[in-house]
Design a protein around this ligand. Structure first.
Ligand code: TYC
Length: 121
């Protein structure tokens, strides 16, 4: 469970003259504050298979931009090679967008047709 209503806070008594409030007089104002902890939407970053990008280049991408070790990178690359698409990681919107741009720019600089996309989870 996240968020929800947080602490109850008592403000000062209202409507009295602040001197001789007898028993049962004056008005208590209760303020509650909402804790704002909405979870961000998450996005999968995917790479797509093609017939031309070298396997070693895809492994390098996964190591460099997605912090995979060689074993994980090789497993993901082979999954994409065999199934057409695979997950590199799951990120908030701006991080996912940045990863996609980094991969697309790096692939283009190296003249490989590798495609990288993001999708909302
Ligand atoms: N299919 C490519 C080859 O045989 C390898 C490859 C794997 C390319 C994953 C892209 O996302 C990819 N050289």
């Amino acid at each position: 469970m996240t968020g929800g209503w947080h602490a109850l806070k008592m403000s000062k008594m209202q409507g009295g003259d602040n001197k001789d409030n007898g028993p049962g007089r004056g008005t208590a104002v209760i303020t509650r504050t909402k804790t704002k902890t909405k979870k961000p939407s998450l996005y999968r970053v995917l790479i797509l298979n093609d017939d031309y990008t070298p396997m070693e280049f895809v492994i390098h991408i996964l190591e460099r931009f997605f912090q995979k070790d060689r074993e994980a990178a090789t497993r993901i690359m082979l999954h994409v090679h065999n199934h057409g698409v695979g997950e590199c990681g799951i990120y908030t919107f701006e991080v996912a967008e940045t990863k996609v741009s980094q991969v697309m720019d790096f692939a283009r600089q190296n003249q490989h047709p590798l495609q990288c996309v993001m999708e909302k989870k």
